[in-house]
Write a protein of this length. Structure first.
Length: 64
C-alpha cells in the first residue's frame, strides 16, 4: 500500500469513527461542524477512489 493511500484511508476511518460516536471535540477541532466533516469524508472517499483507479490528475494538481 502506498503512503498516500494509507493516509487517505486513515483519515476516512478517523472521520467515520468521529461521526459514528458523535465525537464533537474531534469534529470541531478538524472540521468546525458535522456538515463539514461529512463533506470532507465524501471528498476523501472520492480522492481514494481516484487514487486506487490510477487517476493521478488530483495528484498532479497537488490535491493529494
Amino acid at each position: 500500500m502506498k503512503t498516500k493511500e494509507k493516509i487517505l484511508k486513515n483519515k476516512i476511518i478517523a472521520i467515520e469513527t468521529a461521526l459514528k460516536i458523535n465525537d464533537w471535540q474531534f469534529i470541531k477541532k478538524w472540521h468546525s461542524s458535522r456538515e463539514w466533516a461529512e463533506k470532507d469524508l465524501a471528498d476523501l472517499k472520492e480522492r481514494l477512489n481516484c487514487f486506487q483507479n490510477g487517476n493521478s490528475s488530483n495528484e498532479k494538481r497537488g490535491i493529494l
